[in-house]
Design a binder for this molecule. Structure first.
Ligand code: NAP
Length: 300
């Protein structure tokens, strides 16, 4: 299969590129710079110039492919709502090039959009109160136009070598504040997955997911956030402390409310339907390897 991958130079997209090439697929990656194009070529992929805001570049990339994995996203959280709307338009553009064919489109969403406090399964709808719901709404819209679209929901921690997501941001806060904190009792849970396991699920979805399928790339249903704070404290040799829920935003800034969420998610249906079995280390074991502590967190 010749697969057009958006976000192919990113943390997760680059793992998908390797996963696809290793399985014998051809990859064309969306590149918005010379540096991105060079890294795609070095990875064994081809490059297609474009940008999420250049819808024609997305349509043409999808039109010349046998399938699309869409992982690009503009991670400027100061314009989060606008960036979610950009994602909606991008998915609609990609879908418009695939409508009426059996060529798959796999898009990216998050388990963080699901209701709190109970184990969320794949059939649970994303909350309409969270702007990122735009991605799943766009998937529904292109499905209605005859696109074989599936949704991969990623957990708040997709970890592995090169992680610059939420956990490295928490590591940055611990360094700055001199303590590694959790919120309240720290029993609230974050699901997690290794990026290589997530990449494998994207490939399975491209190869065989039927239209409308929602998949959970969840390797661990819920890691208590206190355990995340403890491993950070251990590696940085810092005290591990509780922060009261109403002080979480003062301590952690914008990520405080997110770190306080209890959003466990199941992948039982995904495993059963796709034969997906995560094989890579869990979040705490992966953090214990230490690579996250050598990286400077990227504010996103
Ligand atoms: N990492 C996580 O823990 C996590 C958790 C939940 C959900 N997700 C979601 O998973 C997806 C992939 O995340 P990631 O961690 O791999 O992200 P990432 O490492 O930040 O990579 C983002 C990718 O999007 C591309 N991109 C950004 N702006 C673009 C634009 N205007 N036009 C074209 N491409 C653009 C980047 O290209 P350049 O190389 O040119 O910058 C890069 O390839 C995203 O939808 C993200 O929200 C991630």
């Amino acid at each position: 299969m010749r697969v057009f991958v958006t976000g192919a130079t990113g943390f997760i997209g680059s793992a998908i590129v390797q996963e696809l090439i290793s399985a014998g697929h051809q990859v064309v990656g969306l590149a918005r710079s010379d540096a991105a194009a060079e890294s795609l070529i070095a990875a064994g992929a081809q490059e297609h110039r474009g940008d999420l805001e250049d819808l024609e570049s997305l349509r043409s990339g999808a039109a010349m492919s046998d399938g699309v994995a869409h992982t690009a996203f503009i991670h400027d959280f100061s314009k989060f709502k606008a960036n979610c709307e950009t994602d909606r338009r991008a998915i609609e553009a990609l879908g418009s090039a695939l409508a009426g064919s059996d060529r798959p489109l796999v898009i990216t969403s998050g388990t963080g959009l699901l209701p709190q406090g109970r184990l969320a399964e794949e059939h649970v709808p994303a909350s309409s109160a969270i702007p990122r719901v735009a991605s799943e709404e766009a998937a529904d819209s292109v499905a209605a136009r005859g696109v074989r679209v599936s949704v991969v929901r990623l957990p708040p921690s997709v970890h592995g070598d090169g992680d610059h997501g939420f956990v490295p941001i928490l590591i940055g806060f611990a360094r700055d504040k001199g303590v590694s904190a959790y919120v309240g009792g720290g029993l609230n849970r974050w699901p997690a997955v290794h990026r290589l396991d997530a990449a494998h699920l994207y490939r399975l979805a491209l190869e065989s997911a039927p239209a409308g399928m929602v998949l959970h790339a969840v390797g661990e249903e819920g890691v208590p956030t206190r355990e995340i704070a403890e491993v950070i404290g251990r590696h940085l040799d810092l005290p591990v402390v509780s922060v009261e829920p109403d002080a979480a935003s003062d301590h952690f800034g914008w990520i405080g409310a997110f770190f306080a969420l209890d959003v466990p998610a199941s992948s039982a249906l995904t495993r059963e339907r796709m034969g997906w079995q995560p094989t890579h280390p869990g979040l705490i074991a992966d953090l214990d390897v230490g690579h996250c502590f050598q990286l400077q967190a990227v504010a996103r």
